[in-house]
Design a protein around this ligand. Structure first.
Ligand code: DON
Length: 324
């Protein structure tokens, strides 16, 4: 196995090459224009950061460009809700089954009585989860999300008011989902309050390094090897990684499992947070696992970064990441 010191430069050069190769794919995707403020992103941006448990950071491209968490926030609010209310309370209200449908689909809420959302990675599930967070007001509920994020990335992330306002005004589909959930008894807060928490958590701003750190903590089952502390219990980490594997890339989760093979979560702003677990084979690079953060704002029809997914496929092939 290469030494970590050597890896930093050799693998950094490989990473630059793959970023260069995948970047043009951005022209084949689109920005998430249904959130008007996201329509202004640069389609050709592509950045990546990999962090190992030893604290080695390998970065390339636009890894430091800020972007909003969007659906990656669903991982954080799910963990926060489990910490606030306990796993069984949460799972009574949101299931853990993939849908094979689009992330904002409403169809299964009516088709499967009593309408429990299929999983917390789709919008219906995530809106329900935000209503379960501790506290009465949206501010109090958001506190749980910020507190956990701060523990994971070591600083309080900024909030993009413009992206929030832009989505708040156009969130008709999410409003429809929230009204439906309220009517079927799954939403524990008022519709507008749940939407405010959900859309505000989506508008929290990070960069690829931040989400790589989050992916690293997940890969170490809730233990942060950099701050040397357990941030959340192993049981919660295993549960959310199972959800990321089966539902994290929406209705492309099967393809992602087959061709990349690690738990990951995407967002429509172009972020992908991936978590590579420790492996037992000898001679394996990143044997102790790593976190990967990617930013590439051009998304495909499933809502996943088009160049980001290709980049991960390359890395998984070259560095043998897949857990299978
Ligand atoms: O609710 C929405 O539609 C967005 N705020 C988040 C969706 C999202 O990121 C789906 N991801 N690929």
């Amino acid at each position: 196995m290469q030494s970590l010191q050597g890896m930093n430069t050799i693998e950094g050069e490989n990473l630059d090459r793959w970023v260069k190769q995948c970047r043009p794919l951005g022209t084949k995707g689109r920005c998430a224009e249904y959130i008007p403020a996201l329509g202004e992103s640069n389609l050709l941006d592509l950045g990546i950061c990999i962090i190992t448990p030893e604290g080695v950071e390998i970065k390339s491209g636009e890894w430091d460009v800020p972007f909003t968490l969007q659906s990656i926030s669903k991982v954080i609010s799910f963990i926060a809700a489990c910490l606030d209310r306990g796993i069984s309370f949460v799972l009574e209200r949101v299931d853990v089954e993939p849908t094979g449908d689009a992330f904002n689909s409403i169809v299964r809420l009516e088709m499967n009585k009593p309408g429990r959302p299929f999983n917390p990675m789709i919008n219906a599930g995530a809106i329900t989860i935000t209503s379960l967070l501790n506290g009465e007001s949206p501010e109090q509920k958001l506190h749980s999300v910020y507190e956990l994020l701060e523990k994971m990335i070591g600083r309080r992330p900024t909030f993009n008011e413009r992206v929030f306002q832009s989505e708040w005004k156009t969130a008709n589909r999410n409003r429809a989902l929230a009204y439906y959930l309220k009517e079927s008894g799954f939403l524990e807060s008022e519709v507008e309050d749940a939407l405010e928490v959900y859309l505000k958590q989506c508008s929290i701003e990070v960069n690829a390094k931040d989400i790589a750190r989050m992916g690293l903590i997940l890969s170490q089952n809730g233990f942060d090897p950099i701050q040397k502390k357990q941030v959340f219990p192993k049981e919660v980490a295993k549960l959310i990684k199972g959800l990321m594997m089966t539902c994290g890339m929406y209705n492309a989760s099967g393809k992602f499992a087959a061709f990349v093979g690690v738990p990951a979560k995407s967002g429509v702003s172009g972020g992908i947070m991936a978590s590579v677990p420790a492996r037992y084979e000898q001679e394996t690079l990143f044997q102790m696992g790593c976190g990967i953060g990617i930013y590439g704002p051009a998304i495909d029809e499933f809502g996943n970064s088009i160049a980001g997914v290709e980049l991960l496929k390359n890395l998984a092939g070259e560095w043998d990441f897949s857990i299978f």
